[in-house]
Design a protein around this ligand. Structure first.
Ligand code: GLC
Length: 515
């Protein structure tokens, strides 16, 4: 790096956290805490110069993943060859294995119905995943899913409309890294997002699901396995042709985009699966496309560029898969609340916060010592608190942790919540900037879904601003920039159904030898 770049980083890091903070001040802090916040800000703040360095390395890792298997970012082939036309039709059952729930939907795609493209209707049921399931056995997982499908099929009377001879098409949104040789096949590479179910890694999840559904004689046929990012891109493109990327900023952090097959070094352009698809969708040789599920939560697993704090390192070490998902562990919803908790515990242990609580022997301190007791919504609510004297934040501490913080404790907690969320949003912009930079995409909509994107009050603005800084857009605020963040349509329900409908149409054409 040039000396001037180094100097700029230093200058930026010396800008005081108070100047950068958007939160109104609620209490004066003693010098020891002021200093502590300066230290934390130095660790968490990502300057414009650093953002650009991260994006540069990010682009390299995306390239590496396209060329060869087994790289840090896997750049998984999805076998989705094009965006939808908006005319796709059909009734599809979809399954979405999320971090917290299993969602089963009956999606009806109306296509060009009454002149409006991309319309659909949906009926759904949500089932909470028992905590024990996430670290249990494969058999428990597939049995649980098959049970819920059976309950849904029966409740909606689908067993009367479909049969084993004429089954209902089923799409499965499986939002974990998977190697796909076909669209209805998916070998789990590794669990992410805290899942640790034995006997699934290295296995074809489609095969296991199919077997369990068959055992129960359910009148369904698995057509596709998709990632939530690919679903978000497809569902959004069904309505909005300006969609360039599908992204999830939620429990995990990831994105998908439509790549030129010619840019995917690990794929043979003469592969029969690609030529067959282009015959059917009318794409000329050399112009074929393929949706790539980046799985970029794994960015920088070699720890070359991301500035990790001691809190991040601890989260990684104590996670079920240390050394994996480095980028995700700094930026995604599953971890933001836990980083916040670890900082508070550190300050408390060093006698800097919650001292009255300690003296009073508050029960709540035990809660603070329990891993993953604070989720990202806690941080969102702190930053959303407009109430006089921040009573909503006080209530939050009381209800979630049984703690009664002093004004100073609260002031410190608010600042920390802000630093962590700002870092997360700025990092989230890097992945998107890397895809756009690499692909030469200069405008369009990033269809985003996930709890952080949807529920954190300042995420989208911070994300846009960071993107503007990376691309040196005029004016510091990227909100009006040419690449914008939009709210994705339901990718894991409707998006999954559209992909199943596209695949069924393709199969029908191939079977009937239609162009
Ligand atoms: C994790 C998963 C990825 C998913 C993302 C968002 O990164 O590995 O497949 O897209 O979370 O849910």
């Amino acid at each position: 790096m040039t000396p001037s770049a180094n100097q700029r980083i230093d200058e930026e890091s010396y800008t005081s956290w108070r100047q950068r903070s958007e939160l109104a001040k609620m209490a004066d802090l003693p010098p020891s805490l002021e200093q502590e916040l300066v230290r934390l800000d130095r660790e968490f703040w990502i300057s414009s110069t650093k953002l650009k360095q991260i994006v540069q390395r990010f682009r390299e890792e995306l390239e590496e993943g396209l060329v060869k298997d087994g790289q840090s970012i896997p750049m998984n082939i999805s076998w989705v060859h094009n965006l939808p036309s908006g005319r796709e039709k059909g009734t599809i059952l979809t399954l979405d294995l999320g971090g917290t729930n299993l969602r089963v939907c009956k999606v009806t795609l109306l296509g060009d119905h009454e002149g409006g493209k991309g319309k659909s209707t949906l009926e759904q049921e949500q089932y909470r995943l028992p905590q024990s399931l996430k670290t249990g056995s494969a058999d428990n997982l597939w049995t649980f899913i098959a049970e819920k499908v059976a309950a849904f099929v029966q409740a909606k009377g689908l067993d009367r409309q479909y049969s084993l001879e004429k089954p209902m098409p089923l799409g499965f949104t499986f939002s974990y890294p998977a190697t796909q040789h076909r669209i209805d096949h998916a070998i789990l590479q590794t669990w992410t997002k805290g899942f640790d179910i034995h006997g699934v890694e290295g296995e074809d999840v489609a095969k296991h699901l199919r077997e369990k559904l068959k055992e129960r004689k359910l009148p369904v046929q698995l057509i596709c396995v998709i990632n939530d990012t690919v679903g978000a891109m497809i569902a959004s493109a069904y309505n909005d042709p300006a969609t360039i990327i599908g992204a999830i900023f939620g429990t995990g952090c990831n994105a998908a985009y439509l790549a030129h097959v010619s840019s995917i070094g690990k794929l043979d352009p003469d592969d029969e699966r690609i030529t067959a698809a282009s015959t059917h969708n009318g794409t000329n040789k050399g112009k074929e496309m393929m949706a790539i599920n980046c799985e970029y939560g794994a960015f920088d697993n070699a720890h070359r560029v991301l500035p990790r704090t001691p809190y991040d390192k601890r989260i990684d070490e104590e996670s079920p898969r240390p050394g994996e998902q480095t980028f995700e562990k700094l930026s995604a919803g599953l971890y933001l609340g836990e980083i916040f908790r670890l900082v508070l515990v550190d300050l408390m242990d060093r006698g800097l916060v919650f001292q009255t609580q300690k003296e009073e022997g508050k029960e709540g301190l035990k809660n603070l010592y329990r891993p993953y007791t604070i989720d990202t919504s806690f941080l969102s609510q702190i930053e959303d608190d407009q109430s006089p004297s921040f009573s909503a934040t006080r209530d939050l501490f009381a209800q979630t942790l049984a703690l009664d913080p002093s004004d100073i404790d609260l002031e410190v907690a608010r600042r920390i919540a802000e630093m962590i969320a700002v870092r997360g949003a700025r990092l989230c912009a890097c992945g998107i900037a890397a895809i756009c930079g690499k692909e030469g995409i200069q405008s369009g909509n990033v269809a985003a879904d996930g709890s952080v994107a949807n529920k954190h009050p300042k995420f989208k603005r911070r994300w846009a601003r960071a993107l503007g800084e990376v691309f040196d857009w005029e004016g510091a605020d990227g909100v009006k920039g040419p690449i914008r963040i939009t709210s994705a349509e339901d990718g894991s329900g409707v998006g999954c159904a559209i992909i199943a409908a596209m695949e069924l149409e393709r199969r029908e054409k191939v079977a009937n030898k239609l162009p």
